[in-house]
Design a protein around this ligand. Sequence first.
Ligand code: TPP
Ligand code: MG
Length: 621
Amino acid sequence: MATKRLTMAQALIEFLQNQYVERDGRENPFFAGCWGIFGHGNVAGVGQALQQYAETFRYYQTRNEQAMVHTAAAYAKMKNRLQTFACTTSIGPGATNMITAAAGATINRLPVLLLPGDIFAERLQAPVLQQLESEHSQDISVNDCFKPISRYWDRINRPEQLITALPEAMRVLSSPAETGAVTLALPQDVQTMAYDYPVELFEKRVWHIPRNRPDAGALRRASEWVRQSRQPLIIAGGGVLYSEATDTLRRFAEQTGIPVVETQAGKGALPYDHPAALGAMGTTGTEGANVIAREADLIIGIGTRYSDFTTASKTAFQHENVRFININVAEFDAYKHSAIPLVGDARVTLEELLPLLDGWQVRADYRARAAEYNRAWDAEVERIYNLEHGPLISQGEVIGVVNTLSQPQDVVLCAAGSLPGDLHKLWRTRDPKGYHLEYGYSCMGYEIPGGIGVKLADPEREVYVMMGDGTYLMMPSEIVTAVQERIKITILVLDNHGFASIGGLSKSVGSAGFGTRYRYRTEDDQLEGDVLPIDFAANAASLGAIVMRARSRDELADALAKARDHQGGPVCIVVETDREQGVPDYESWWDVAVAEVSESESVRKARAEYEAAKSKERHYL
Ligand SMILES: Cc1ncc(C[n+]2csc(CCOP(=O)(O)OP(=O)(O)O)c2C)c(N)n1
Ligand SMILES: [Mg+2]
């Protein structure tokens, strides 16, 4: 057997650069490179190897390990999971900094390969700098914290263990059903150990991404349920986009007349102006989506995991005999709500279901009702886009200006705060990849690193990163990365002096917005003094971004035009918005548990309202 003598780290990088994926005849390398920060736990092992392979496997520097995992996940999302990055760190804090974003990747079902350095396998040196010791075992390090958030986890204690670990890592990363964060913990001494690896390990390997087909019996039963239904509704989730099933979905909706609503991850499945498009579903949904969902007797969930925002905390579907058909690559999701599980790829499953529905469609008045809701919703969007609110501009107007001045293929990106709900309702999507919300983990700080990932994945598109002031403060540091890599993203910071979203939530649970404003501490010990003097524009400028401030719609339009012309680095536009001018809710609810006992009258009142609303929650058995 021919062998090649390499360190474990060299073997790892040589393997990674030879992994490819193929779907529908299109093939590409699975890894676009490696992000990292070096410390003693990886500099001599993985660091040395990355230097050795630098010409064929690009290394990117991040400022914060959490950020680079967001970047990798956003990149993978934009690439419909067909390409991602590896991420290398030192041991200890460098490693655990990745945990938050790794959980985000796994929740959002996005592949990322994590390569945290680990404590010496040899152990003699213990406790090495940054080692958390355990009194009960020498077989534990902080990297064990990755276990519950990884879809595959391994520790490479001997160099030859790579030979069996790497194919498993690739199997999981490239599996549409299994994918998420994959962690290979790499003890710093083992990274540097040489071994005679079989040369086959380094040959080009293509992982074929399957389009699995559902069970024929389940398909037949599903088609019978559709034919029996009077008011069916399709919920399009992220799986529709990952499967590139949007054209098929459109044909399906047009032939059957079944209206379509969208989750955060599924927004863009149909263009906003398609007559079957009822827009956002659930807690942050449109009126049409939520009224039709309430009455629907059959829900066809496609590529959705039915988060509480989609089901309005299990209050969205109120028809006495509502039934579910779920199309999902993951059995786990397909079985939710006692559905007929169509375990399979969204595109081929819709292709197989459609002929079974030949000659059937919804009643004409139901089709017309959906089209009417689509038109009415667009009028509502138009109203909010043009509020002319003053003296400070409203968030809805900012969304309107950005949407109006962006091109159909441009990407809006967001993750946390009040913007995700408003964007879900208001953004007019014209392209399946034009709307990028990280709303599985809704992780503050995702936005700037996420924007970098999207731009790297598709440099032809303009990327609009929309974020609140709170989330900006979590991770502004990646502006430096965008400067370093000359990555053009347009960052819009909507400054409303703290957490408008959670402040509003706090009021709704009777707690008056406690602790959610960015204000000085007062003499009577309240965080209710003057507004904190944070200069976001100066902050962004200090990190190297081109900055502009906008106080009105005209100034914002002007700034966006200038931003479009600028190339080769990040632009940051800071807009002060009116915290109190929110976008309404439409026929929906979200379960946030309210204190059962309290001395506060407002909390007791909120609790009473809460119990009334909660009574509508249902099991779907
Ligand atoms: C890492 C993280 N911590 C906490 C939260 C909970 N949270 C959700 S929104 C929010 C406030 C966001 O503030 P900002 O970015 O200013 O947006 P706004 O609410 O003002 O629109 C918080 C604290 C979160 N989503 N992520
Ligand atoms: Mg804010």
